[in-house]
Write a protein that binds this ligand. Sequence first.
Ligand SMILES: *[C@@H]1O[C@H](CO)[C@@H](O)[C@H](O)[C@H]1NC(C)=O
Ligand SMILES: *[C@@H]1O[C@H](CO)[C@@H](O)[C@H](O)[C@H]1NC(C)=O
Ligand SMILES: *[C@@H]1O[C@H](CO)[C@@H](O)[C@H](O)[C@H]1NC(C)=O
Ligand SMILES: *[C@@H]1O[C@H](CO)[C@@H](O)[C@H](O)[C@H]1NC(C)=O
Ligand SMILES: *[C@@H]1O[C@H](CO)[C@@H](O)[C@H](O)[C@H]1NC(C)=O
Length: 365
Amino acid sequence: MKFSSVLSLFSAIAVTAAAFTSYAKTSGSVFSINGKKEYFAGTNAYWIGFLTNNTDVDTVMSHLAASKLKVLRVWGFNIITSAPWSGEVYYQKLIPGSDPVINTGTDGLQRLDYVVKSAEAHGISLIINFVNNWSDYGGMAAYNSYYNLTDTGWYTSAAAQAEYQKYIAAVVSRYKTSKNVFAWELANEPRCAGCATSVITNWVKTTSAYIKSLDPNHMVCIGDEGFGLNGGTDTSYPYSAGPGTNFTENLAVSTIDFGTYHLYPSPWGETDAWAEGWIKSHAAAGLAAGKPVILEEYGPVNHTVDLTWQSWVMSTQTAGDMYWQYGDTLSAGQTSQDGNTIYYGTAEFNTLIAPHAAAMEAKAV
Ligand SMILES: *[C@@H]1O[C@H](CO)[C@@H](O)[C@H](O)[C@H]1NC(C)=O
Ligand SMILES: *[C@@H]1O[C@H](CO)[C@@H](O)[C@H](O)[C@H]1NC(C)=O
Ligand SMILES: *[C@@H]1O[C@H](CO)[C@@H](O)[C@H](O)[C@H]1NC(C)=O
Ligand SMILES: *[C@@H]1O[C@H](CO)[C@@H](O)[C@H](O)[C@H]1NC(C)=O
Ligand SMILES: *[C@@H]1O[C@H](CO)[C@@H](O)[C@H](O)[C@H]1NC(C)=O
């Protein structure tokens, strides 16, 4: 048999994976996924729940499985603030003057249902996020305009939090028994500029306890960028509490299972080499808290720097890493190119992504 036929045989096996039989959980500083304690690499494809073609969803999942990208982070939110265009996929409607709507239709959460179903069929775990700090896909800003709030008013508005919790309950109830949901995530990159860090910490406590009351079986994480932790002699902005988060205090919340952080040195005004301290200090904070920590977004991916970043991940107690962002070629062409996309099957993917995913899987626990 030719080597290429052996490979296609293996991909055929990969696509017939059965749904997981146990919930993902923490095990010291790493995770147990479907009963196996392991390090993992994964990625982000925020857009997958907005695709309207099931074959496209399956294509992505089978490519992830074939590449050993085990955990996929997706947007579990999509809010519109004016009438949808024909065929537009949205999960929530917050139009001032009308009652809030949660869309459970075929152009709504049923699209996310298919993502979960396909993840189950392909042996992929999902991190599902509930709201964006940024205004893409509505975000906190959509609630703020609906409830007449200031930019940072979202975290403490009873009305906005009640609607956010109602939405969380709607999503959690759909996938509560799916073992392919890795974790529920409170928000994408929550910040509260100019606020005391207690504002976000209190919101983290309340929301994570609420999710655990609905669903005690799945893990819960925050989705923050990892700002506000002790950087030793490095006192650069990301280590400060300026963005409104204290990484150490948030990780200590009992209903938060593991820590998340992101890494974007150039957009943050830091050098690529600065990443070394950022990766090491978060790994150390996880060890100190007795919880796993994952690098859940990193970019822009660049041949010169990524192999170095990945080597720091490998040499520290970092439970998993997930590059931003995954790309693929689907029925409508290439998926979102935001300047940070690495497309499946390209030379960059084959040198920077797939070998690292295999190395994370092989790393001894
Ligand atoms: C998200 O965070 C940024 C940075 O602090 C802030 O400028 C922006 O207004 C935030 N979005 C909302 C809706 O609070
Ligand atoms: C927001 O402000 C508008 C205009 O003042 C008002 O009509 C509306 O009722 C307010 N909405 C809420 C939720 O307070
Ligand atoms: C975060 O909280 C810890 C523990 O309360 C404190 O020691 C640390 O200084 C805080 N970090 C920042 C950046 O405020
Ligand atoms: C990648 O990063 C290195 C180090 O910062 C830089 O010198 C190089 O120009 C970057 N390459 C590309 C293609 O952006
Ligand atoms: C869905 O995608 C598949 C695979 O790319 C394609 O063959 C099919 O025509 C698409 N269906 C629609 C309705 O676009």
